[in-house]
Design a protein around this ligand. Sequence first.
Ligand code: CUA
Length: 372
Amino acid sequence: MMIKHHETGKSYDDWNSDENLRISNKPAGTALMQCVKRVGQLAATGWASTAITIAQSAHPVANIFQPQATPAESVYHLSLLVLSVCATIFTIVAGLLVFTIVRFRCKKNDEHEPPQVYGSNRIEVAWTVIPILIVFVLTMATARVVIATQDQRAPKDALHVTVVGHQWWWEIRYPDLGVVTANELHVPLSTPRKPAFTYLTLQSADVAHSFWVPQLAGKTDLIPNRTNTMWIDPRETGTFLGNCAEYCGMQHANMLLRVVVEQPAEFQLWAAGQKAAAVGGSFMEDRAVFLSLSCVSCHTVSGTPAKGTFGPDLSHLMSRSNLASGMIPNTAENLRAWIRDPQAIKPGNLMPNMQLNTLELDAVMNYLSSLK
Ligand code: CUA
């Protein structure tokens, strides 16, 4: 069927062949369809792989809709506002679209193009002013949350922690407590009666990373040669999962993070244990083997000549629940596999395969397993 313009009586084929209007809709339409199809395919594969990852992974997905600290709560309330505004816009636009498709669809034997309306000051003013107002409201609401979160001064008794992002692990330092650890941030519980704030100083040793524990706070980047700050006041004990939220190289997705929230007394106990010198004294031979290897140029074990800072501090390795920045549980079997060939577990990570022989591997395993 040939569709004709209602005024000129020209068919669209004529329009397209007109010298002044040589705009064919076909390539654009086809390209759009291909684009939509491709996005659909990508979404399908993306969802499938995400579903597989979740099924295989031991870690549940952290949820921004279950905030357990003040900064996360303000982000949560803001996101509810943004989502409701967006949902309203979507409903109106989709509703009008469906209405138009149904109401103005091409009728049988109707060869004429519907009336074309060009220009309407009222409608144009409306669709310019309304979005500006919406953007203004969202900007103001966002600015309020950002300022309220960032302007919060650290109380005198706040716990200060420095977190340094590395490819692909987290260095965690408690300067006031003299504690250094990695990948598992321990903080005290905050209660209305005894609020406990943890202030984080965020830095990077190499590229940009981003500290994100969805249930505790929004994302804050760790930028080379720059110091950022953030704070949390967790209201629930337990382990909160997070991850690096800024693409930082091959193992970005395996730069996982745990925040362990404990009762204050429990936290003090943990800190005292971390502050104590590394044990492992009863394994003098194993210790000697470890210290003779080049492990010591990258790792620190407190109270020994091992003072490397390129890799995680190993002084109390056995107190951590996971290895390889949250990738695998800290079991004897996994630790052995990791030392034997870290590249097989986390390809591209900066710990090389040390080519240890069985005796060396046994000794290093025994020694590390003694570092409670
Ligand atoms: Cu660190 Cu992504």
